[in-house]
Design a protein around this ligand. Structure first.
Ligand code: SF4
Length: 384
């Protein structure tokens, strides 16, 4: 069984703002989802490809047999090949930018105990050349886009890599990247001077001490999303429902009566929230300011500009006709899944076979990356 640190790098976005959360989570079961297992399998495939390319000479036969074993996993999906190829290409591009071969470490255990008590994590890929340190993380999930910008998980891995390699390399700059091919073909990147990284490490030391001791205040927010206590946490209930009635922080977990009460209230709250949301969306579209919110275009959809022409083109490019049909024609996103993002882009998007339709206006938190829709009447938006 793999040992886990109490203060994990992946949980840092939670235990930094909510210091008692890590100790509380440790008392609750870890209900792993199938998505997490899928991610682990994709990581293993990516690791094998990177190892073969950069770390150890693996004969074609051994590589094939190791890959075959991974492909026999019931969670295996051919899309994992194109995603991990993309990851391999990205790391290869980084390696090729240097005049001599960099040092590449894959699935490396990184200790950052100097900053966070008894803490370690596994860095997917670390690349070192002269004064440059690259920390690259592969994410297979597509539900939540993850940014490298000010990402504490990446910062902790970078600190761990610095502690491990700074005696051998004169590291001056750290370049962090999150490769999430099912979300974007452009990995999220962020870089900083090593002095800033070390200053950040110093700044979190007292917070990490508190978190390790399970001390401090429960603080709810976006970071509660994957917390094991998210359904039972009193602080989150206070945050969502009744600030004035549930001020006390103890006991940390809610009881069943309270849960029943919350469910009843939540139904009322959900309906009420929808009404408020519709009102605020119209207000934003009308040019009014709702603090913390803005109206943006929702997710768009893709359709073929000429389905027959696109399919004929695919067939002419070696894609079997049989693969393109089920009982009804595949949608554009389904064809993308079949081909992999790169081939989809090359054969369809780049050749103008895909038209991307704008999505419906949606109300989102102001920190959302999408640009706000300029003031216009709701009637205009829906007409368009
Ligand atoms: S659910 Fe509770 S314990 Fe978990 S991060 Fe949120 S406030 Fe903290």
């Amino acid at each position: 069984m793999t040992a886990h640190a109490v203060l994990s790098a992946s949980g840092a976005h939670r235990w930094l703002p909510c210091t008692p959360s890590a100790r509380l989570e440790a008392t609750l079961p870890d209900n792993r989802s199938e998505y997490a297992d899928e991610g682990t399998l994709a990581h293993s495939i990516g690791e094998l490809k990177l190892r073969k390319q950069f770390v150890e000479p693996i004969s074609a036969r051994t590589y094939k047999s190791r890959l075959k074993k991974l492909q026999a996993d019931p969670l295996y999906n051919p899309e994992m090949e194109s995603c991990t190829d993309f990851y391999l290409d990205y790391v290869s591009q980084i390696a090729l930018q240097y005049p001599s071969a960099p040092h590449v470490a894959v699935e490396r255990k990184l200790h950052f105990t100097g900053y966070v008590p008894e803490a370690f994590g596994t860095g997917d890929c670390v690349v070192l050349h002269d004064s440059n340190l690259h920390v690259i993380d592969y994410k297979h999930g597509k539900g939540v886009p993850v940014s490298a910008f000010e990402n504490p998980q990446m910062l902790l891995y970078a600190l761990g890599a610095y502690l491990e390699y700074s005696l051998l390399y004169p590291i001056e700059t750290v370049k962090m990247a999150i490769v999430q091919p099912r979300v974007s073909q452009e990995p999220s990147e962020w870089e900083m001077p090593i002095a800033d990284l070390l200053a950040w490490g110093e700044s979190i030391k007292p917070i990490a001490q508190k978190a390790f001791a399970g001390e401090g205040e429960y603080v709810a927010g976006d970071h509660c999303r994957f917390c094991r206590a998210r359904s039972l946490c009193r602080a989150r209930a206070v945050f969502c429902l009744e600030p004035e009635r549930h001020q006390r922080q103890q006991p940390a977990l809610l009881n069943k009566d309270e849960l029943g009460d919350i469910l009843t209230r939540a139904q009322v709250l959900a309906k009420w929230a929808k009404d408020v949301e519709a009102y605020c969306l119209n207000a934003c579209l009308g040019g009014e300011d709702i603090p913390g919110w803005k109206a943006v275009e929702g997710r768009g959809s893709r359709i073929f500009t000429d389905q027959d022409a696109a399919f004929n083109y695919l067939v002419a490019n070696g894609i079997s006709d049989a693969m393109l049909y089920e009982r009804k024609p595949l949608t554009a996103p389904a064809v993308e899944k079949l081909l992999g993002k790169a081939q989809y882009r090359e054969l369809l998007e780049d050749k103008g076979h895909i038209h991307k339709e704008a999505g419906k206006p949606t109300l989102v938190p102001a920190k959302d990356k999408r640009e706000a829709i300029k003031s216009q009447s709701a009637a205009d938006v829906f007409k368009n």
